[in-house]
Unconditional design. Sequence first.
Length: 579
Amino acid sequence: MFFRVFRVFRGNLLTDMTTNEPIKSKDFIRAIIAEDIKNNKHGGRVTTRFPPEPNGFLHIGHAKSICLNFGVAAENNGVCHMRFDDTNPSKEEEAYVESIKKDVQWLGFDWGDKLFFASDYFDKLYKYAVALIKMGKAYVCDLPPEEMRQYRGTLTEAGKDSPFRNRSVEENLDLFTRMRDGEFEDGSRVLRAKIDMTSGNINMRDPVIYRILRAHHHRTGDKWCIYPMYDYTHCLSDAIEGITHSLCTLEFEDHRPLYDWVLDTLQTPCHPQQIEFARLNLTYTVMSKRKLLQLVNEGHVSGWDDPRMLTISGIRRRGYTPASLRSFCDIIGLAKRESRVDMGVLENAIRNDLNDTAPRRMAVLRPIKLILTNYPEEQEEMLAIANHPKNSDMGTRQIPFCREIYIEADDFLEEAPKKFFRLSPGREVRLRAAYLITCDRVIKDEQTGKIIELHCTYDPESRGGSAPDGRKVKGTLHWVSARHAIQAEVRLYDRLFNVENPDGDKNTDFKSHLNPNSLEILTDCFLEPQLAKATANDHLQFERLGYFCRDDKESTENTPVFNRTVTLRDSWEKVTKKK
C-alpha cells in the first residue's frame, strides 16, 4: 500500500529496515547539494540552518523544514544551525524560544553548540549598513509609510524615487547615527537600500533595511532602538555563520534577488545559495499563523496546544510520535510547486507507527453493564492477555474478571440484523481472552425504556474464549471488569474543519467551516486497571477503538484524561466517498 513505509529513524537518518543502510530521499534539493559536493563548492561542506521567529508556536509546516534542514546536513556529514530570527522585539518572548527548542528536540534533532540568534549580530549588521551608506547603496528616507507605499508602485506600474533618495553620504551617515542614538520618533525615518525603483520585482524597489522601534528586546534589553528587517538580516546571518545552503519556502522566491544583492554588494566571504521548496499545505486545516492565532484568541480552541491544532505542541499532546512526523515528512517529499497533502497521509503515518509499537489495552467508552448470572458473585480470576497480537516480545498482562463487566453499548442490539456479529438476545459471542457468553435477558428502565443492564450466562468450559466442543463463534467483544475498572474521561478529537480547503473561498470566513464535532468528551468511561499507571509518553491502542494517550495537562489525581490520537482506520474516507 502507498502509506506502508518500511523505514525507521536512527538518529537523524532514515534507515532501510531490511539492509540497515541510510536512505537518501531523491529530491531536487538533495540533487543540488550532491552536485555542489561533487564540485567541491564551499570546500565540499554542507551547513544548513533552521531559522524560526520566536513570536509563536511551531506548527507541522515547520516540522517539514526542521526535518529537511537537519536531515540533509546529517546525510552529508554536515551541521545544521538553530538560529532564532529575533529582529522584532515587540512580538517576541523568551517563552517562545524555549518552546521552539523543546519542539525541535522532541522531533529528534540536536543542534549541539550551534545555537545562534540574529541579535548576536546586531553590531555587525549595523556596521554592514554603514558600509552600504558609504558605498552610496543605502539612504535614510523620511517618507511616511503610506506615501512610501504609493511611491513603491504596483505589480504593473513602476515605482518612483523617494525625494530623499539622493541625500549625500555624509547626511545619511549623520541621520543613521542619530536614528541609532534615539533622536527620532518611532516610524519617522527608515534606512532603505538603494537598488532600482523601476525593477519588475517589487522587493528590489529600495526595500527598507532598518526601522526605528523602541521595544525591549528579550536578549539585548534597551540597547537598540533601531532594528534590521528580515530580508537584510537573514542573508547576512547566513553569511556570517558560513551557511552553504539556505533552504526556505516558495514565498521567499521573489526575495532571492535581494538576498543575493546584499551579499554581492557587501562582497561577503561566504555567499550561501538560497533554494526554495513548496510549503506544506494540508487538507481540513489552516496553516496561517494569523488564522491559528485567531482560533486561539476567539476561543474556538483551548490554546496553542489544543490537540486539534496542528502546532507541534498540539500534535505532541494528542499523542503523535516524533517518528511518525519524520516519516510523514519523508513520505510527502519536496516539490517546487504548491500542492495540498491529504490529511489521511498524516493520519496513516501515525497509524503505521503505532500499529507496530503501541501496547493493546481494553477500555469501554460508552458502557453498558453486563451481569453473568451463572458466575459466582464473589469469585474473581486473573486472565492472561497478550500486550500485542503480533509481537510476543511485548509479553502478556493479567486482567481481572468477575461476575459484572462493562461492554460497549454499540456492541449490543436488541433487534439485530443477520450480519450483526456482536451481542443480541439469544446470540453467543466471545469475550476477549475470557469466556463465551449468551444474552438471556434485557433489563430496561421502566419509565424511559432505556437499556440499563444485560443478563447473560457464560460457558465455564470456554476459558480463554474457545468452545470445548469446537463450535464456531464469530463475534469477539472487548470488556472491563466492573469491580476493578478505573473511571476516566476520554476526549475524541477529530479534524478541526469539515471541508478540505477551509480558506479556499476568500469571500467566506474560514471559521464558518469549523467542524462542530471536532471534540467529543466522554466522562463515564471504564478502563482496565493497568491504565492507572499510564503516562503521557505511553502510546496505546484501545482495542477496536483507536490509539490513545494520557493527557497529563488535563488529568487529575482522581480522574485521568485520555486523548484519542487517531482512529484505527480512515473514517473520513467513507464520508468523502458518500459525498
